[in-house]
Design a protein around this ligand. Sequence first.
Ligand code: ARG
Length: 580
Amino acid sequence: MIDRVADAVSRAVDACRPEVAGADPVVRRSTHADFQSNVSLSLAKRLRVAPGALAAEVASAVEVAGLPIVSVETSGPGFLNLAVSDRAVWQQVALRLADDRLGVAASEHGRRTVIDYSAPNIAKEMHVGHLRTTIIGDSLARVLEFLGADVIRQNHLGDWGTQFGMLIQYLDEHPDARWRRDDLGAQGASAVSALDALYKAARAEFDSDVAFAERSRARVVALQAGDRATLARWSEIVSESEEAFADIYDRLGVLLTADDSVGESFYNPMLVDTIEELVGKGIAVESDGALVVFSEEVDGPGGRPVPLMVRKSDGGYGYDTTDLATIRYRITELGARRLLYVTDSRQALHFRLIFETARRAGWLTDDIDAAHIAYGTVLGPDGKPFKTRAGGTVRLTELLDEAVAKARDVVADKDPALPAAELENIAEQAGIGAVKYADLTTSRVKDYTFDLDRMIAFNGNTSVYLQYAHTRIRSILRRAGEPTATVDVDLPLEPAERALALELDAYGSTIAEVAGTLEPHRLCGYLYDLARDFTAFYDNCPVLTAAEPVRGNRLALCGLTAATLAHGLALLGIAAPERM
Ligand code: ARG
């Protein structure tokens, strides 16, 4: 509906002012009418006319016949207030309800989109620092896939580097070290903890024993030279880690699978070619024995251009080199038309330099969109980056356990009669959902405080509130015997019905906005408003006790609201249980 109203205003503007044809009609939902257009205010200056006069001109040019619009009025300094017919609103409800896409168009048209997210480091445990990339990246993958993008997920695992020499050497010298999940028996789920412990032990020996450090360095050389035994050990470590990551992904309900794992090591064979191309094009240059790309856009301290490290002076390749080979591969081999990198804001400069270099090399052309999806830090109760009481990093598994335990208490408190197995299920869905929602609902670039009490509450802007709203509506529908929707389009609309129906109509434009801005919090805000509009509707308009045909229409609104809430939660990667 909002699109049809916007089209009508556009056509009116084009008709009376052809010189600005195609201008944005600036149509929004409004509290004063069904919709409002600010087009006169936005164009008045350019056209050198008074906005009020322009509004009147456009208003009389809006064609009403055959459209959902029934009235156009000017108000204030130059607003247009537009009202749509009750019939058009009911028709819209019926159409959406009959469509499993809920009326949302597949606007991405198969655009090949590479999303780089999660990317934990092998042999280290996933911690709170991996939460946001994993959750935000996954939600964007779901939204863009729903809109018809050809999404390629890439888990850029940190599976290469000098630390592997140390780990492999340590394992060889300590054959009794217990670090595999099989070694751990029943506690197998915490295999990465064992790997983490291994990492710490190896690190300690490396730092305190010069001879061991020396042997470890030789081991890195062996790894890079492709020594068989060394490589075999390396892949054992990688797969142990990956299995533990998979457990966390399963529990979090994220889409990443082993097929999406394309770690740093994958790009090793491409590094030399990539560098040669950059040198050949005069982009990478020698500087103090190293090979670097000096930025033409960003100045560093003292006004000197900031360098990107292509090859270190010792001949080694690092994070920068790998990302250059990666972007080249994603564009030229994977055929990406859009590249998204979901990492924290501290990597902003890194990606700016990678994109600049890729542009200069001719890989990243104007028709390809590359973006760093930056996000802020998760803070602890003290307002500082979240740490354990002892000052260590917070393990993700522990964090999720705590959230589920809290959810179990909150849910059991609300419904003490829930059977144990069902309680367990709901607690998992509510606890995990709450962690994800709290992360997604703050605007990406901001930091937020990890506060389980606030996150897991039946009131306020939480996933528990949304999940609960969904279960309430589902229970109404069950009590009504799961009616097949029949909408009588000739019924008048009550104000609360109208507000709810128009909010439901905004689902498509909200998702399009998320895809455009890559900001999932807009979908969270929408779902929260929708749940509140539903509450207002339910308080004012009896459903089950109403007489037909009013009852049928209200049940249709219930059905569409439940479907929209469940669909929206699914795009955030959050479950919508039937009961809680
Ligand atoms: N493993 C890296 C880290 O933990 C993130 C990798 C992000 N992706 C990339 N292509 N650089 O910080």
